[in-house]
Structure formats: structure tokens, C-alpha cells
Design a binder for this molecule. Structure first.
Ligand code: ATP
Length: 354
């Protein structure tokens, strides 16, 4: 499959600007997640790539071939895009075999080889081919939808929140099966989601969108470690933001003096601490900061503790193993491991304090 390049794309509906100069490059065989809150323009971007609507300006290219430039738009059926919508949108009165092979030439439909290759690719048993969509689980239906999208060997595969209608028990297995199939097919894929865990765990790179703009494009690890601003930090994971005074690469905070990641200017800043960096001790430790446990949220494998720094300090959250938890009201001591990230204060800094 080919690389996908979106350059300076804008789109407005009437007076409302929905995309404002979006640049996105998805390398061939790469999987990019477009992550953003509801209404930020994710689906609109996907629809423009598919050719269901045209940008107002900018260009879209598949490999070296422009599919949209000013005054010229390749129609959707000639873009060779595989599209997987939120709910598979399978044809209810056609069998799984007919659904999967719908986009194939008659000859390929007749032999059945490609059908079985595709069912195998998405991890479905060939025996399901004669069933109808309502005889499959939601997760199986989404795999069929992917098989149908991959059948004509598309240039690019677009997936619009494909797992959001599945309940939690099906979602994880379906996600992994779909991603395995995309990788085995060497697909260049764009996955739209508002679920940060999904974006971070499945994609090679994550494009974070906010109000019609792409604000950061990075690998999942880099995005989590070095979000470009506090809003992105909070969107891709839980974030503890504390006011700090930075001096010589060290930040003086309510949780002690902490090493700052990368170059940081001296002066006031907000620092980002991830909850898993905060260690909770039930007995006093050197450099430990006193806190009182506020709320305990138990998730099984781990837990989140909301902690009030004393006296009268801010509330922070720590992620800790799920065993031997202190109860609400317990006195504990906190330390921080690893480096923190500093966001230098500008006029909007107060908005970030929690
Ligand atoms: P969600 O996650 O809720 O699906 P999204 O990020 O995919 O949101 P879009 O569906 O791209 O967002 O919509 C972006 C904005 O554009 C929204 O405010 C929406 O109401 C508006 N919009 C989308 N399509 C149209 C249209 N055809 N006409 C007018 N406004 C539209």
C-alpha cells in the first residue's frame, strides 16, 4: 500500500471552520491514529481522504498520486480506499462470503480463494462464510467489515471509531485481531478514535487534533513522555500538573525538588508528573512529602489514589499496584521517581493549575 500525505487541508461548513490547515503524513504500511475529542474534525478529515467530500484548499496524495488538488478531485471509487465505519455496515441480507467479496471482480468472487485468505487474515473461521451478519457477534462483524475493506487491495485503509460500539469484553480481542490483520496485509491505515488507550496501544504514530488543528504528531511513547502542552498531556493520559520554580534543570515543587527532562529555562513553570511516577509509602521515608489519602479507586490490576498534600496543598493522583492499599484518610509519604516535564509559564499558565 502507498503512503498518504495530507497538506494544508482546510474545510468549513458554512461559516464554521472545521479543519484549519491540517498536515499529516502516514508512511506506507504505517498505522496512524487520529485522536481528538468529539467535534474536533476527525471524521471530516477521514471523509476528505476517502473522497466523500472535498477540502476547500490543500492537497491529498496517495504515494506520488494526488487525489485532491485545487480544481481536481479523484472520485471515491477510483481512490481505492478501504473504509471501515463505526458499526460494520454489513449488508444484512447477504452472507458473510458475499459481504467480504462484494468489491471483487466476478472471477475472484467465484474461486473463493481470496475469501478464505481474507477470513484467515482477520482470524475468522471459514465455516462462518455461509452465515448472515446477525448470526455473528459484534466483534466478528467488525472483522468481516475489515476483510471487506481489504478485499480489493486498497491503497489506504480508513477506520472510523471501529471499536466504539463493541462492549468491553469484545473490544480488546477485536482490536488486536484487526491490528494483526492490518499489519499482515501491509496496510497503510488511519484509525480515528477518541480513546487515548486505543490510540497509544495500537498505532505507530498518533496525530492529536484539537479544534480543527493537528497539534502533535509523534510515536505513542514520545507523545506520552513529551506532550507539547498541558492540554495534550491531559488528553493522552492522567496528568498531575504542579507549579514549580526551575533552576539549573531542577524543579522545586510541592512534591519536592525534581529533575527536569530535557533543556528547561530557569523561572516559573508547570511540571507534568504522571501518576505512576508518584510512589506512596505507608511509613516515613527520606525526602517523603506528607499526604492524606482522599479517594481510592480500585481497578483490580492497579488502583488510583487521590492524595491531598498537607497542609492545605494541592490534590495529586498516584497509580499504585492493587494490593495492600492504604485506606481513605490514611497518612502516607510521597516521593517521585524519574524526570518531570516542564511547561514554561506564559499568560495562560494559570489555566493549567489544578
Ligand atoms: P466525533 O468524535 O463526535 O465523531 P469528530 O471529531 O469526528 O467528532 P466531525 O464529525 O469531523 O468531528 O465534525 C466536526 C465539526 O463539523 C462538528 O462541529 C460537526 O457538527 C461539523 N460538521 C460535520 N459535518 C458537517 C456537515 N456536513 N455540515 C455541517 N457541519 C458539519
Amino acid at each position: 500500500m502507498t503512503a498518504l500525505t495530507v497538506t494544508a487541508v482546510t474545510k468549513a461548513f458554512g461559516a464554521i471552520s472545521v479543519l484549519e490547515g491540517v498536515d499529516l503524513h502516514v508512511p506506507a504500511r504505517g498505522i496512524t491514529a487520529v485522536l481528538g475529542p468529539s467535534g474536533c474534525g476527525k471524521t471530516t478529515l477521514l471523509r476528505l481522504i476517502a473522497g466523500f467530500a472535498d477540502p476547500d484548499s490543500g492537497t491529498i496524495a496517495f504515494g506520488d498520486h494526488p487525489v485532491f488538488t485545487a480544481g481536481r478531485s479523484v472520485p471515491p471509487q477510483r481512490r481505492r480506499v478501504g473504509y471501515v465505519p463505526q458499526e460494520g455496515a454489513l449488508f444484512p441480507h447477504r452472507t458473510i462470503a458475499d459481504n467480504v467479496t462484494f468489491g471483487l471482480a466476478r472471477q475472484a468472487r467465484r474461486t473463493g480463494d481470496r475469501l478464505h485468505e481474507l477470513l484467515d487474515l482477520v482470524g475468522l473461521d471459514g465455516d462462518l462464510a455461509s452465515r448472515y451478519p446477525h448470526q455473528l457477534s459484534g466483534g466478528q462483524q467488525q472483522r468481516v467489515a475489515l476483510a471487506r475493506a481489504l478485499a480489493p487491495r486498497p491503497s489506504v485503509v480508513l477506520l472510523d471509531e471501529p471499536f466504539s460500539s463493541l462492549d468491553a469484553s469484545l473490544r480488546d480481542g477485536t482490536r488486536r485481531a484487526v491490528m494483526r490483520a492490518l499489519r499482515a496485509a501491509g496496510a497503510t491505515a488511519v484509525l480515528v478514535t477518541h480513546d487515548q488507550a486505543e490510540a497509544l496501544s495500537l498505532a505507530d504514530q498518533v496525530a492529536v487534533m484539537r479544534a480543527g488543528r493537528l497539534v502533535q504528531l509523534d510515536s505513542p511513547a514520545e507523545l506520552y513522555r513529551r506532550p507539547r502542552d498541558p492540554a495534550v498531556a491531559g488528553f493522552v493520559g492522567e496528568a498531575v500538573l504542579l507549579p514549580a520554580d526551575i533552576h539549573d534543570g531542577r524543579a522545586a515543587t510541592a512534591l519536592g525538588t525534581l529533575a527536569v527532562r530535557g533543556p528547561a529555562m530557569d523561572g516559573t513553570a508547570d511540571v507534568l508528573i504522571r501518576p505512576e511516577q508518584i510512589q506512596v509509602h505507608e511509613t516515613a521515608v527520606a525526602d517523603g512529602v506528607d499526604a492524606i489519602v482522599g479517594e481510592v479507586s480500585f481497578y483490580g490490576h492497579d488502583a488510583a489514589l487521590r492524595l491531598d498534600l498537607v497542609p492545605g496543598g494541592p490534590r495529586v493522583v498516584a497509580r499504585v499496584p492493587g494490593s495492600d492499599l492504604p485506606g481513605a484518610g490514611a497518612k502516607v509519604w510521597l516521593t517521585v521517581t524519574g524526570e518531570v516535564l516542564a511547561f514554561s509559564c506564559d499568560s495562560s499558565c494559570d489555566n493549567y493549575h489544578r
